[in-house]
Ligand binder design. Structure first.
Ligand code: FEO
Length: 384
């Protein structure tokens, strides 16, 4: 696949991965993207996951048509991209490895070598000319690891963006970009909004026609759409109008309350109510929805003088990712001493700019008339 006249795609699709990064369900697999820029000097952009070394080196060989690469540019050291650096180095002993100083420290830890005799250390603003193509490097720390660099090719106006603008899903599966890009971003990079904002500001000064990420499709059209979404996600803004209700339920009473609230919200004109059962739905999808909407209701039972385990896990995912800027309502249930609301508030204590509703729905076992009135009031507050 040609990206431009001189840039070719040499990545691979993985349909065998069960859990990406050991935790994310990827029903449509994963793509590990890699590219080669063919010029007077030839540069390869990143390697691929360990299970695809032969396929990747084969793709590279086919793209080169007998030529030899001069550089391997390593933008990110996470093993889904770095696992075949040594295979490349063995196959092409004259090629120079180009990366940030931090990456070479990581190579020493991963591979026992930092390629001291054949490396080029680059930092923010450094350039590398391949002949016609002039590359410059942009430091992108914590997007998604500290060593990350982006690479900008000013000749073809291509930004190689490492994990940024990536998504779950292999490239031979056709699916909407935003859904799996959002789940990927919030799950994997969500904590590092400030760092993403800072790299977006740097990218705004570049004339970009194509974005080549390390996962997901190459982006060539309507780039503003993708950049705007990244801006919203990394600034913890509201992407979609509506209310997210995240619940756990043991015997169905809390579920009933969650569903009743959803019905009331819809009746009262709420444009979208996203209801998630935290025990049964993909946790990363639930976390994604929590960040997507500006309003959230957490409904759960008191359990071991704490909150129900799936709610606890969910809130931990939120706080780890710098959850902020939301209106929060709570429905608690407890058969003898409901304390979940108090626990939830203390779990969310460190989050910036959360507004709790005045109404908390407090159920003792099953819904009663007071609870029905509380649900009504909560719906009204959510729609204020
Ligand atoms: Fe795709 Fe952070 O690795």
């Amino acid at each position: 696949m040609n990206i431009t006249n001189d840039i070719k795609y040499i990545g691979v699709n993985d349909h065998k991965v069960d859990l990406f990064e050991g935790q994310y369900d990827v029903p449509n697999g994963m793509a590990y993207n890699s590219y080669v820029i063919i010029d007077e000097k030839i540069a390869v952009m990143d390697s691929v996951d360990k299970n695809f070394g032969d396929e990747w080196l084969g793709n590279l060989k086919d793209a080169l048509g007998g030529a030899k690469p001069d550089y391997l540019i390593v933008q990110h050291m996470e093993p889904d991209h770095s696992a075949n650096i040594t295979a490349f180095a063995d196959a092409y002993p004259d090629a120079v490895i180009v990366s940030s100083a931090k990456s070479f420290d990581m190579m020493k830890n991963f591979f026992g070598t930092d390629f001291a005799d054949r490396r080029m250390i680059v930092k923010e603003g450094d350039t590398l000319s391949l002949g016609k193509h002039n590359l410059s490097f942009v430091a992108a720390p914590m997007v998604h690891w500290p060593e990350v660099i982006f690479t900008y090719d000013s000749t073809d106006k291509v930004l190689f963006s490492a994990d940024a603008f990536g998504k779950f899903g292999a490239l031979d599966v056709d699916e909407e970009w935003a859904c799996e890009a959002r789940r990927y971003y919030i799950g994997i990079v969500g904590k590092y909004g400030a760092q993403v904002q800072s790299v977006l500001k740097k990218a705004a000064n570049l004339d970009i026609e194509t974005i080549c990420p390390l996962h997901g499709p190459i982006l060539t059209e309507n780039l503003g759409y993708y950049i705007d979404l990244y801006n919203t996600w990394s600034s913890y803004g509201v992407e979609s109008e509506g209310v997210n209700i995240a619940y756990t339920s043991v015997y169905g009473h809390t579920k009933e309350a969650a569903e009743m609230l959803a019905a009331k919200l819809t009746e009262k004109g709420c444009v979208k109510v996203a209801v998630n059962d935290l025990a049964r739905e993909d946790m990363a999808e639930c976390v994604e929805d929590a960040f997507r909407y500006g309003k959230i209701v957490l409904a759960t039972t008191t359990y071991n003088n704490d909150v129900f385990p799936f709610m606890k896990e969910f809130i931990n995912h939120l706080t780890e990712r710098n959850f902020q800027n939301k209106t929060v309502g709570i429905i608690e249930n407890g058969s003898w001493a409901p304390t979940a609301a108090k626990t939830i508030k203390s779990m969310l204590e460190g989050c910036k700019n959360l507004t709790f509703t005045d109404t908390t729905v407090s159920i003792k076992s099953a819904l009663n008339d007071t609870n029905m009135a509380q649900l009504d009031a909560l719906a009204d507050e959510m729609l204020k």
